[in-house]
Design a binder for this molecule. Structure first.
Ligand code: NAP
Ligand code: HSE
Length: 436
């Protein structure tokens, strides 16, 4: 089947990340989507600019209109940001019968009602997973995974820049301006960072979440919005002293008389998971009447994290456009004829780190024997300690943490250690995963 041809508007942080992810995972994505997905055409403001991502094989054009109207382009990805030009291009793409993928929450919060109506009339999809919480698939979770529930409320850390600023100020004592500059360098901040700092970006995202949670139109103009600009280090410290962390939260709640839609700095008890979401990470807590509380966590901004959501939308649209209605989402995520025969590893070939506890006779040379056994099997020791023997005791506990190593090597080391005359009891082994 011929590749799905994508036209990309914007080659900045997210556009570049999208090109990179599509290229790097090209085969895997084709196995899931049922067709290869290729960026065939792209545009940016300055086509002469040097970019961190290679653009080989992509036709660069100066006029975005040439992309949205091109007969060979099936999906237009809007990643230029802003409202006016982006709105015109998205509306033009829809009018030309193209599916649209966008990460532009400002566009959707302000013009989403009009855009979705036009897409509905034209029979095309507008997908926007990347518009809320970067790489976290929160749109899919609410729209599909929680569809049985009456959503009661949502509370989320949905601006990575603000969360990054608050975390760095608290943990490293850095000044607001220094941390903001770093967030800009890392590609987290909006083109106008006031959108982040003043809570506007979070309100855009909350408007989208509220619409899909409660089945209401986008109503950004009704959102209460207060940013982090007036927070002081003293407030952060006092809140800590009282057992709270200050987070910029977006909260939308079904209340008796209507729906709350508000973004503001909020004290959250330090013991809550949400209070421990740090840096650019986002987290969204959703309360459904049937499921109770559920939480979705991940990188909320940045090139490849956001591209992850953009590409997921591209795969969804490709499946919709390609497969017959009964086979849109393959049972095993990959197309049935594209499953691979990669083997499941036997446990002996698995690599992980280990905690070992040995009961050892308190004699000279015991530790030397144990470390020699490890060294002979290329097992690198990360930490080792021996508990002091109690009064009159002849045996001591020795605890070893290893670096990552193969299970077959640790099995062999344990067998050799247990065979030592100075080790009177079986070695206790617990696997250790840093999960970093
Ligand atoms: P960016 O780095 O500023 O990139 C914008 C791109 O659009 C640039 O390539 C720019 O061209 C191009 N562009 C701007 N105006 C244009 C115009 N009139 N015609 C053609 N091209 C134009 O922005 P970004 O961070 O990638 O953000 C893109 C969108 O994703 C925004 O809606 C943003 O809110 C959203 N988003 C961003 C993130 C993130 O972490 N950055 C996360 C989620 C969602 P030049 O390169 O030549 O200047
Ligand atoms: N500026 C946004 C943020 C980008 O910091 O969360 C992701 O939407």
């Amino acid at each position: 089947m011929k590749p799905m041809r994508v036209g990309l508007l914007g080659l900045g942080t997210v556009g570049g990340g999208t090109v990179e992810v599509l290229r790097r995972n090209r085969e895997e994505i084709a196995r899931r989507a049922g067709r290869e997905i290729v960026v065939a055409m792209a545009t940016a403001r300055d086509l002469g600019k040097s970019r961190p991502v290679g653009l080989e094989g992509i036709e660069l054009v100066a006029e975005a209109e040439a992309i949205v109207a091109h007969p060979d382009i099936e999906i237009v990805v809007e990643l230029i940001g802003g409202e006016t030009r982006a709105r015109d291009l998205v509306m033009a793409a829809i009018a030309h019968g193209k599916h649209v993928v966008t990460a532009n929450k400002a566009l959707l919060a302000k013009h989403g009602n009009e855009i979705f109506a036009q897409a509905h009339a034209r029979g095309v999809m507008v997908a926007f997973e990347a518009a809320v919480a970067g790489g976290v698939p929160i749109i899919k979770a609410i729209r599909e995974g929680l569809t049985a529930n009456r959503i009661e409320w949502i509370a989320g850390i949905i601006n990575g820049t603000c969360n990054y600023i608050l975390s760095e100020m608290r943990d490293k004592g850095l000044s607001f301006d220094v941390v903001l500059a770093e967030a800009q360098r890392l590609g987290y901040a909006e083109a106008d960072p006031a959108f982040d700092i003043d809570g506007i970006d979070a309100a855009h995202k909350l408007t989208i979440l509220s619409a899909i949670a409660f089945g209401i139109p986008m109503q950004f103009d009704k959102a209460y919005t207060e940013g982090i600009g007036r927070l002081t280090a003293a407030d952060i410290r006092y809140a800590e002293g009282l057992g709270y962390r200050i987070k910029l939260l977006g909260i939308t709640r079904r209340a008796p008389g209507g729906i709350e839609l508000r973004v503001h700095p909020t004290l959250v008890p330090a013991r809550r998971l949400l209070a421990n979401v740090e840096g650019v990470m986002n987290a969204v807590l959703v309360k459904g009447d049937a499921v109770g509380n559920t939480m979705y966590y991940g990188r909320g901004a940045g090139a490849e994290a956001t591209a992850s959501a953009v590409v997921a939308d591209l795969v969804d649209v490709t499946r919709m456009a390609t497969a017959d209605p009964e086979h849109r989402v393959p049972h095993l995520a990959f197309q049935p004829d594209r499953l691979s025969d990669t083997p499941i590893l036997p446990m002996a070939d698995v690599e992980t780190a280990y905690y070992l506890r040995l009961r050892a006779l308190d004699r000279p040379g015991v530790l030397a024997d144990v470390t020699r056994i490890c060294a002979e099997r290329d097992i690198s020791i990360d930490a080792i300690f021996q508990k002091e023997a109690g009064e009159g005791e002849e045996q001591v506990d020795v605890v070893i943490l290893t670096h990552r190593t193969r299970e077959r090597d640790i099995d062999s080391a344990i067998a050799a250690i247990q065979a030592l005359p100075t080790i009177p009891a079986p070695v206790v082994r617990i696997r250790l995963e840093e999960l970093s």
